[in-house]
Design a binder for this molecule. Structure first.
Ligand code: RIB
Length: 301
């Protein structure tokens, strides 16, 4: 397979992660069990997931001119990611995420900082990276007008635009028209389309104006093929340590393997996401190619 070129347009955060035996109630103080810092941000996570699996990745985004920003840039460079499209902003801090891990799940509050300091002009200045990519991957932790600018450039250059609509918000029709593939979970798809959250997954997918690949955690994924048929693919059971970044791993891996066809790409993305939750931190468990292949080979047919 030719090395896929992926442009990731999105956020870069420092994750401040507290582990706790359970989630606190409003107004309650709990004693936690650990505190750690990890690199994060949905954009950076997806870029790292793709780079570990052998893709040639370029990141478009922003950090602040501070310690977290320098660490984030060093981390991206260490992972072999091209950071020419990442700006260092003087007037905003690096984005941070306050994460509580408990009960096999997580709660996340993101303070966007520099991620919301970027403008459509910044995205347009990265047209070369987008034009050179095989796939353009974006999420919703940067301003909506920047996501639209990236989608327009991808469209202009005939590049597939894969949008992971997280964190969820109602998506403008103008953006949905430009999306090649939307990769939400069920909750995110309902919000993206402005439909009630109890709408069945199949109905949500049928009502989307663009192709959808819906992630369902360890249950796998559901996707439509643009001709009305719905496909289901099972996931992989593992013992989770930290589920943060599982969706990002799925998206990064899917972008890498997209050219191998939906069935293979979804299977590999599910496997990469399963492996990612077996270690702490959003990027901690993201597999390299050999780990992914070994995991898949060890599965029963
Ligand atoms: O998807 C997980 C990510 O969401 C975390 O790394 C955090 O930074 C938030 O952006």
């Amino acid at each position: 397979m030719q090395t896929p070129k992926i442009a990731v347009v999105g956020s870069i955060n420092m994750d401040l992660v507290t582990s706790s035996p359970r989630f606190p109630q409003p107004g309650e103080t709990l004693l936690g069990t650990s505190f750690r810092r990890f690199m994060g941000g949905k954009g950076a996570n997806q870029a790292v997931a793709a780079a570990r699996l052998g893709a040639d990745v370029g990141m478009v985004g922003a950090v602040g001119n501070d310690g977290f920003g320098s660490e984030a840039l060093e981390n991206l460079k260490r992972e072999g990611i091209d950071i020419a499209g990442v700006r260092v902003l003087e007037d905003a801090p690096t984005g941070m995420a306050n994460i509580t891990v408990a009960e096999g799940d997580n709660h996340i509050i993101v303070v966007s900082g520099a991620n919301f300091g970027i403008t459509p002009g910044h995205i347009e200045a990265c047209e070369k990276q987008i034009a050179a990519a095989d796939v353009v991957l974006a999420q919703l932790e940067i301003p909506m007008e920047c996501v639209i600018a990236a989608a327009k450039l991808a469209h202009k250059h005939g590049k597939p635009f894969v949008l992971n609509p997280a964190p969820a918000q109602k998506l403008p029709a103008e953006l949905l028209d430009l999306v090649t593939l939307l990769t939400p979970n069920a909750h995110e798809l309902a919000i993206s389309l402005g439909l009630p959250e109890n709408t069945p997954a199949e109905e949500l997918i049928a009502r989307a104006p663009c192709p959808v690949l819906m992630t369902r955690g360890s249950e796998g994924a559901l996707y439509n093929d643009g001709q009305g048929a719905l496909h289901r693919q099972g996931g992989f059971k593992v013992t989770p340590v930290d589920t943060t970044g599982a969706g990002d791993t799925f998206n990064g891996a899917f972008a890498v393997f997209r050219a191998e066809g939906m069935e293979t790409a979804v299977r590999k993305a599910n496997a990469a996401a399963a492996l990612s939750v077996t270690k702490a931190g959003a990027q901690g468990g993201m597999p390299v190619s050999a780990e992914l292949e070994a995991f898949l080979a060890a599965q029963k047919p």
